[in-house]
Ligand binder design. Structure first.
Ligand SMILES: NC(=O)c1ccc[n+]([C@@H]2O[C@H](COP(=O)([O-])OP(=O)(O)OC[C@H]3O[C@@H](n4cnc5c(N)ncnc54)[C@H](OP(=O)(O)O)[C@@H]3O)[C@@H](O)[C@H]2O)c1
Length: 340
């Protein structure tokens, strides 16, 4: 099958690099167009990018030339899908413009997440919300599908299968890696040997997004902390349930939570529990197949109808670019999209 032409906008940032890595050899998509800020137009990707990922840059993307942002040219070249890794303020202007030109946009930016007809999609948890693209005018018009804030994605994955126990309250504390702030992100003076107990806007986003994604209304209280690790967000979560559920039932419920069929970027076991009392750790952020797409849980505790656990999500892969690619795969599978 002819691969579908995609563009990556914001291809040089932390999230953009994961798009470029994961799309370098993707069975459904080929990167036809890539952009960054205006200063990088016409530069060679491998020479200009500050590569952050903990493995080699794929050879296939090193010689790619970065284009200036030109939506007309993207259209003329036959690009159908746009993966957006733009800062939110830039996305707020660019994404509606691209949508109105008929592109199918899968975005990491927060700019359009809270619009009523824009889904915050995680295929394993709320695939039914993909049909909101029809409210945006698809198939006659383009659309925007977003993915969640990265902490929320990990939380939604672990909590979605537990919804059947009635979740009244969610309390969490996150330990978030520096890559979550993009590149160059925080000053090394601020984060080396230090933790910062505030990430602007993050706690409010978690409360708002988890309710929209899982279509429920628990009390949500979060503290978000930036810690000096490179990749992966760890979360300590307490749920207050309506039912009295055993630790074994919680672990079995995660084990029974299986893949959405036939999506290349969906792991066979999306939530992986391990009983070791030192699991999970951020150093496992790129474990699994596909790398970085599994969410890890551990340290389950019970106090009456309260269940506590730790989780780890790779903020750049499942929590952003990988999640977007998975969303686009779900869209192509559901609507039978082809390049021609
Ligand atoms: N990092 C995460 O864990 C994470 C998780 C979930 C969602 N997100 C969201 O994903 C988006 C990207 O995050 P990031 O961490 O990758 O940020 P980043 O490292 O700062 O990268 C931003 C990208 O946008 C480009 N860019 C910046 N200003 C631009 C402009 N005016 N016009 C065109 N391109 C511009 C940059 O190009 P240059 O390199 O040339 O400056 C770079 O490619 C953000 O909206 C963020 O909130 C991030």
């Amino acid at each position: 099958m002819e691969k579908i032409k995609v563009a990556v906008i914001g291809a040089t940032g932390a999230v953009g690099q994961v798009f470029m890595w994961m799309l370098a050899d993707h069975p459904m998509f080929e990167v036809d167009y890539l952009t960054a800020s205006a200063a990088r137009a016409n530069q060679v990707y491998g020479s200009t990018v500050h590569w952050l990922l903990p493995f080699e840059m794929p050879h296939a993307i090193r010689g790619r030339v970065i284009s200036e942002f030109n939506a007309e040219e993207m259209k003329a070249r036959g690009v159908k899908i746009v993966f957006s890794a733009l800062p939110s303020s830039v996305a707020a202007e660019a994404e509606p413009l691209l949508r109105d030109m008929g592109f199918f946009i899968f975005s990491n930016a927060a700019a359009m997440r809270y619009h009523n007809n824009v889904p915050i999609l995680i295929p394993e948890t709320n695939i039914e919300t993909l049909s909101l693209i029809e409210d945006q005018g698809f198939p006659k018009r383009g659309f925007v599908v977003t993915n969640a804030n990265c902490v929320t994605t990990g939380l939604a994955m672990a909590v979605a299968p537990l919804r059947k126990y009635g979740i009244k309250e969610i309390n969490l504390c996150s330990y978030q890696s520096v890559s979550g702030a993009g590149y160059p992100g925080l000053s090394s003076f601020d984060i080396t040997d230090n933790c910062i107990p505030y990430i602007g806007g993050e706690e409010e986003k978690i409360a708002k997004e988890i309710k929209k994604i899982l279509n429920f209304n628990p009390i949500v209280d979060a503290y978000c902390v930036r810690v000096p690790v490179m990749f992966g967000h760890l979360e300590a979560v307490w749920l207050t349930l309506e039912e009295d559920v055993s630790v074994d039932d919680i672990i079995q419920t995660w084990a029974d939570f299986k893949e959405v069929p036939d999506l290349p970027s969906t792991p066979k076991q999306p939530v992986v529990y391990d009983s070791s009392n030192t699991f999970p750790q951020p150093k496992y952020a790129f474990w699994g197949t596909p790398k970085g797409m599994e969410v890890y849980t551990g340290r389950v505790k019970k106090q009456g109808n309260r269940i506590g656990f730790m989780l780890l999500v790779n903020n750049l892969v499942k929590g952003s670019a990988g999640g977007s690619i998975q969303n686009a795969e779900a869209f192509v599978a559901q609507y039978g999209i082809t390049q021609s």
